[in-house]
Write a protein that binds this ligand. Structure first.
Ligand SMILES: Nc1ncnc2c1ncn2[C@@H]1O[C@H](COP(=O)(O)OP(=O)(O)OP(=O)(O)O)[C@@H](O)[C@H]1O
Ligand SMILES: [Mg+2]
Length: 287
């Protein structure tokens, strides 16, 4: 019954307002640099600015997007495979009506699924593309061979780093890996946990300079987020910081980042003619 109803809703939603979602991977070299908090609050601000967003926790096994919202997802991506559910049945609603898919646990390697599962997943994913403006993947830190296929098939990639040398070095390693595999991908860099805006901008500029010099590509400087205790409070209270205190320094910076992004974002067709599904098929099915 539930399947029929959701499928119907899904069909209606497609026919009423067909879209073409931009798929964005949120990645980092080093772990714990702020990807999930970025992904969640960036998504919420996009929703506040009238976009339809699906936040997809792909840190399978370690995912925490629902916890950051004080929710416990009823169904997860793991259940989709275990219980043969449609992807529409595992989409949950968070604050501000943000749609999300939780990562779940008990599946050690989601990314190395067999061909039949992959085809099932991509068929349903294709439907999602018509329902949303943005599909945002919160990835785990680093990348395995197969999770990297998701990253490099995305339309855009946001690399989160902090000014710490270890985070910068690992962020550089991630960007090098992306550039070596796909030159066309627009790469945005966020400098998180900066002591001051000036310090953060300087670190961001230096980082972009090194990438230009050694990798011969221009990354897009998305902006700086301050080191703000509001983030820890938000995580502890399980309320996204934008909703906890929209006047906090971190919230104001996030709003600025989203506005800049929306006013400068690149149209899909100008960067890469192939869609996420077409690219990942080439990498994972037709290999
Ligand atoms: N801008 C910030 N200011 C202060 N603390 C922050 C900031 N961003 C992140 N943190 C701290 O870092 C912790 C980890 O953040 P988060 O879970 O978003 O990182 P992550 O990159 O997703 O981690 P993982 O690699 O484990 O998935 C937060 O719980 C918070 O304590
Ligand atoms: Mg995370």
């Amino acid at each position: 019954m539930r399947d029929q109803a959701t499928n119907l809703r899904h069909k209606l939603s497609i026919s009423k307002n067909p879209k073409h979602a931009k798929t964005i991977s949120i990645v980092s070299g080093k772990g714990g640099v702020g990807k999930s908090n970025f992904a969640l609050n960036f998504s919420l601000e996009l929703v506040k600015q009238q976009n339809k967003v699906l936040l997809f926790d792909l840190d399978v096994g370690m995912g925490n997007i629902d916890i950051l919202m004080g929710l416990k997802a009823e169904k997860t991506i793991v259940d989709m495979f275990n219980e043969q559910l449609y992807i529409y049945d595992i989409i949950e609603k968070g604050p501000e009506d943000l749609a999300y898919i939780a990562a779940g646990s008990g599946l050690t390697d989601f990314f190395s699924m067999d061909q039949t599962k992959m085809e099932f997943f991509l068929k349903q994913y294709n439907g999602l593309v018509q329902m949303y403006d943005f599909i945002i993947f919160d990835m785990g830190a680093g990348a395995t061979h197969d999770s990297f296929a998701f990253i490099r098939s995305s339309d855009e990639c946001f690399v989160i780093t902090t000014p710490e040398p270890t985070s910068i070095t690992d962020g550089y390693g991630m960007i090098k890996h992306i550039v070596n595999n796909t030159k066309k991908m627009p790469i945005y860099v966020v400098m998180n946990r900066s002591a001051s805006k000036k310090h953060g901008l300087k670190a961001l500029d230096r980082f972009a300079g090194v990438i230009r010099q050694f990798l011969h590509v221009d990354v897009r400087l998305m902006g700086v987020l301050p080191d703000d205790k509001t983030v820890q409070t938000a995580v502890t209270r399980q309320i996204p910081y934008l909703l906890l205190n929209d006047k906090a320094a971190i919230s104001k910076s996030m709003k600025q980042i989203v506005s800049n992004y929306l006013s400068n974002s690149v149209a899909l067709s100008t960067t890469e003619p192939l869609s996420f599904v077409q690219k990942i098929k080439q990498l994972m099915i037709e290999r």
